[in-house]
Write a protein that binds this ligand. Structure first.
Ligand SMILES: N[C@H](CCC[C@H](N)C(=O)O)C(=O)O
Length: 278
């Protein structure tokens, strides 16, 4: 099976054109191909499929085999993949996902290759029934708290295509993400678990984010998590609605518009193509 290995600021993916190959167990394939030692290695598997309601359809399966509704870094890679292979001809198009229709816009360089993608990520939801999160279904989870191992943590949780929980810290490098991340990811407050973002505010327009992803563990970057982190920082009075998210391999530009729409702009890279032999 032919694949492409891509990444968005170090959040890495295997991309496969699965049009006409729907009879494969992609949850199992994701676990095998994403394995860092006996597979190709990636945070997730992105599938290209036909759509009846948009120009193309994307599925995202985490490295643990669970399927997510959306993937911000992934859709930038996906958009580059389908454009450069002529599967989609336009530089702005609609992608069907489990989180709804997402609209990437490609920036093509002088060689006809995509090096930056601006994505309309849609609108966040703050209601606990949408996140989903325990508590009054109509209430939000802005600046609330949860208890983990007897310790209380201030959090803000919201839905940005997928569930995200944000904690503000003084230094993202000093967070024990491997201990606290999974405990919050699987906390009973979140019926469908949650992605966990540790956020260090630098100033009103700049933050650092370190993410523990639902179904994938610690990643170098998370697109939906970066969007959710800027939204949460603004709601908590810490940043403007437009901010740069500084990550290990570069920066994502996030803008939460007054009409509630979120735009994310950042790079997408293709590293290699290969053939999976299993
Ligand atoms: N890495 C992705 C998020 C994947 C979400 C997935 N981990 C889940 O919610 O199960 C991103 O860039 O937005």
């Amino acid at each position: 099976m032919l694949f492409s290995k891509m990444h968005g600021l170090g959040n890495d993916f295997i991309v496969i054109d699965t049009r006409g190959k729907e009879d494969i167990d992609y949850n199992l394939l994701a676990k095998r191909m994403c394995h860092r030692h006996i597979g190709v290695g990636a945070d997730g598997l992105l599938l290209v499929l036909n759509s009846d309601i948009a120009d193309i359809r994307m599925r995202i399966i985490n490295s643990d085999g669970s399927e997510a509704e959306m993937c911000g870094n992934g859709i930038r890679c996906f958009a580059k993949y389908v454009y450069e292979r002529g599967i989609v001809k336009a530089t702005k198009f609609k992608v069907e996902t489990l989180a709804g229709i997402i609209e990437p816009e490609l920036f093509v360089n002088e060689y006809g290759l995509v090096d930056k993608v601006k994505v309309n990520m849609g609108k966040p939801s703050f209601k606990r029934k949408d996140i989903p999160m325990q508590g009054d279904p109509e209430s939000d989870a802005i600046n609330t708290s949860i208890v983990v191992d007897g310790n209380e943590y201030r959090i803000t949780s919201l839905l940005m295509g997928v569930p995200h929980t944000i904690l503000f810290v003084d230094d993202v490098e000093k967070v024990d993400i491997y201990t606290l991340g999974p405990k919050i990811e699987k906390h009973e407050a979140f019926p469908r678990k949650t992605n966990v973002n540790f956020v260090q505010v630098i100033d009103k327009n700049n933050i650092k984010v370190r993410t523990w992803e639902r179904g994938a563990g610690a990643t170098f970057a998370c697109g939906t998590g970066s969007c959710a982190s800027v939204i949460a920082a603004n709601l908590n009075g810490l940043t403007e609605r437009k901010a740069n998210v500084h990550l290990y391999f570069g920066t994502l530009e996030i803008q939460w518009q007054d009409d509630d729409t979120v735009f994310m702009t950042g790079p997408a890279e293709e590293v290699f193509v290969g053939e999976y032999l299993e």
